[in-house]
Write a protein that binds this ligand. Structure first.
Ligand code: ADP
Ligand code: MG
Length: 223
């Protein structure tokens, strides 16, 4: 599976123990999916509370529904080549998350699947992630600074470009979500509140930071 360390190239094989590269890659993607679904489930109430403050309070439930649907098919998805697996995850998220965030998270994974190579190194992952963020921005007609998930995605991309380590990237994602607190929402439901959206963290920024931390920690922890 992918390793974030600069020294190591990303390795979708790495099946030393089993001698079967395909099985090892499948195992690791399944582990990533399980970790992401666990994190979202553990934080569903927190995400709901954030969305209650400046939205309609469904973000926790939306994300939990979507990631549980992905978890339910983790085995089948993990058996696919990486780019097909990412596209399948994106399609499932579009179909199940709902709200504004469903199509946006779905687009992120669909675009990642389109851009990523079969055995991505850090440079390819970073480039693919950059294209995926562009796809989200196009889909949401949004940009950085509008108090959305993009305010976490972009700093994470910058951190990848700058060669930051996994713990640094996780910290940058958390700080970026925190940095949405003083922002005024200019996109999504929270924008209807105008200045009253100031002083609350954006729910989608928080869920994005949670997923980033989970993904980089899981990747780093993999053999
Ligand atoms: P809804 O707003 O339809 O209830 P969710 O509550 O699931 O959907 O998701 C809300 C999150 O989606 C916001 O916190 C924000 O991060 C993100 N979001 C909403 N609209 C946009 C947009 N146009 N561009 C980028 N992100 C957006
Ligand atoms: Mg909502």
């Amino acid at each position: 599976m992918l390793q974030l360390s600069n020294e190591r190239s990303f390795d979708t094989a790495g099946g030393m123990e089993t001698g079967n590269a395909g099985d090892m890659a499948a195992l690791n993607l399944a582990r990533l999916i399980a970790a992401a679904a666990d994190t979202i489930a553990a934080h569903a109430e927190e995400l709901t509370a954030l969305d209650q403050a400046i939205g309609d309070g469904d973000h926790g439930l939306n994300m939990k529904r979507g990631f549980e649907a992905v978890r339910a098919e983790a085995e089948a998805f993990s058996a696919k080549p990486l780019h097909d697996a990412l596209k399948a995850i994106g399609t499932k998220l579009v179909m199940t998350v709902g709200g504004a965030s469903g199509p946006l998270f779905g687009t992120l994974f669909l675009a990642l699947g389109k851009e990523i190579s079969a055995a991505p190194d850090r440079a390819n992952l970073t480039a693919a992630f950059g294209k995926a963020i562009e796809a989200v921005a196009a889909r949401g007609k949004s940009q950085v600074g509008q108090k959305t998930m993009l305010d976490v995605l972009q700093p994470v991309h910058d951190a990848l470009l700058q060669g930051k380590t996994a713990p640094e990237i996780a910290g940058i994602a958390d700080a970026a979500a925190e940095a949405t607190v003083p922002m005024k929402a200019l996109r999504g439901r929270a924008s209807f509140l105008g200045d009253r959206s100031i002083g609350h963290m954006d729910a989608g920024a928080r869920s994005t930071a949670l997923l980033v931390r989970t993904i980089v920690e899981t990747l780093e922890g993999q053999p």
